[in-house]
Design a protein around this ligand. Structure first.
Ligand SMILES: Cc1cc2nc3c(=O)[nH]c(=O)nc-3n(C[C@H](O)[C@H](O)[C@H](O)COP(=O)(O)O)c2cc1C
Length: 151
């Protein structure tokens, strides 16, 4: 049976909530992607930091214990749309592990910009993985989660 890890990054709580709904609905483990250097609590300063990371094509460091990704064949990435794509720390996560042969789901909370370029940007970093069509994570429901995961 396919085993899924829900790996999430959240700045203001929306993606965290969506990740919890996914994990609860499909009975998956979760892993929080925590930045080694926290983003500024001030929203505008955080936007400035995120813009700079994107312009620099940065790979910000991840704090804490590694995820045991080898134990899973499907990874659901849940995160906010930042600057029309994923936060750069999502690419740090994707490039840190060998995800070849795994299936990646992309679930994106956003402020109206939808999933942006996140799917293509993750696919470019996740060598050998199959990246499913990105899903808008706003207004996620258990039924929608079941549909995504074929339950
Ligand atoms: C640094 C930053 C950049 C953002 N850029 C975008 C964007 O380009 N498009 C968009 O629709 N929303 C953008 N947002 C809004 C977030 O995607 C939205 O509020 C999301 O639900 C936040 O999820 P979170 O609570 O898990 O952090 C941005 C928010 C931040 C903090």
């Amino acid at each position: 049976m396919s085993k899924t890890l829900v790996a999430y990054f959240s700045y203001s709580g929306n993606a965290k909530k969506a990740a919890a709904l996914v994990a609860d609905t499909i009975g998956a483990d979760t892993y929080e992607i925590v930045p080694a250097v926290p983003y500024d609590a001030d929203y505008q300063k955080c936007v400035d930091e995120a813009r700079k990371e994107k312009a620099d094509n940065a790979r910000p460091a991840i704090a804490g214990a590694d995820a045991e990704v080898s134990a899973y064949d499907r990874i659901a990435l849940v995160f906010p749309n930042w600057c029309s794509t994923c936060p750069m720390i999502i690419l740090s996560f994707v490039e840190k592990y060998d995800l070849s042969g795994k299936t990646i789901d992309v679930i994106v909370t956003n402020g109206g910009g939808g999933v942006g370029n996140s799917q293509a940007d993750i696919a470019a970093s996740a060598k050998g993985a199959t990246v499913n069509t990105a899903v808008n994570g706003n207004d996620l429901t258990a039924d929608k989660v079941k549909e995504i995961f074929g339950l």
